[in-house]
Design a protein around this ligand. Structure first.
Ligand SMILES: NC(=O)c1ccc[n+]([C@@H]2O[C@H](COP(=O)([O-])OP(=O)(O)OC[C@H]3O[C@@H](n4cnc5c(N)ncnc54)[C@H](O)[C@@H]3O)[C@@H](O)[C@H]2O)c1
Length: 234
């Protein structure tokens, strides 16, 4: 059976996923279309996606998840959110949450200052951030604080909170680091079944220095699991 895929978003991540699907990287999967941003024209629409797709892949941002996510799930269609999936070690946290207690998870994320400029920052704050010559701590707080202030940098913290099944045990520190050639995440999860100390560094997307080169491949891997649901190593 063919797995029919619809995409929301075709920026740095979505356009790479289109390339990978068009190149036949996921045998058994077919791209039905990309839902356009803004007013739909005569082309592929979100309603078309719901009608034909087995899975809707979001690679458009937090607001798009809020806009399209509930209707996708309510329609009984699988929803693959790019916000989750690029981080190793989640399985251990999910397992510890199921079989034990998660005491505390800390996340320290480092990104280049230019990747952390936000629309709400005033001119002086932006200038100071971009001129930084040493690491600057921008925010320390829980997932909700991070989602509000840096919505494009919340994927790892959201993934951790969902894996833990508890948003209150997660604390994040976001650092603008002019020396962070690669985006870096350091996770320490203290649980009743062990302490997991995980460091992940990943390359930026060639098309967008604020995005990830790894995520399109994480999505394709997820689609492969859906398209070939049995008999493969996961
Ligand atoms: N899991 C991870 O580690 C990770 C890493 C980087 C980015 N991301 C997520 O992936 C998202 C996309 O990243 P990107 O680098 O491709 O961003 P991008 O800015 O290059 O592309 C986003 C695309 O989505 C489109 N879009 C936005 N809102 C839309 C809507 N309501 N309907 C249809 N299209 C819409 C935009 O027009 C754009 O083409 C990010 O917002 C982020 O949430 C996840």
């Amino acid at each position: 059976m063919t797995l029919t895929v619809a995409l929301i978003g075709s920026g740095a991540i979505g356009s790479r996923i289109v390339e990978l699907l068009d190149a036949g990287t996921v045998p058994g999967a077919r791209l039905a279309g990309v839902v356009p941003h803004g007013k739909a024209g005569a082309g592929f629409s979100f309603d078309d996606a719901l009608e034909v797709a087995d899975v809707v892949v979001e690679c458009a941002g937090v607001a798009a998840v809020a806009e399209f996510g509930p209707r996708t799930v309510a329609a009984g269609t699988d929803l693959l959110v790019t916000s989750i999936g690029a981080l190793g070690g989640l399985d251990a946290i999910t397992a510890a949450s199921a079989g034990g207690t998660i005491h505390r998870i800390t996340l320290e994320s480092r990104k280049l200052p230019a990747a952390l400029v936000q629309p709400w920052m005033d001119g002086e704050t932006k200038e100071r951030l971009l001129a930084a010559t040493r690491p600057v701590e921008l925010l320390r707080g829980g997932p909700a604080d991070l989602i509000k202030a840096f919505p494009k940098s919340t994927n790892v913290v959201s993934a951790l909170a969902l894996a833990a099944g508890n948003w209150d045990v997660v604390e994040a520190v976001l650092i603008a680091d002019p020396g962070a050639g690669q985006t870096a995440h350091h996770v320490v999860a203290e649980t009743s079944l062990g302490t997991f100390d995980i460091c992940v560094t990943n390359e930026a997307s060639p098309g967008n220095p604020a995005s990830s080169a790894l995520v399109p491949h994480a999505v394709v891997r997820g689609l492969k699991s859906l398209a070939n649901a049995s008999g493969s190593f996961i």
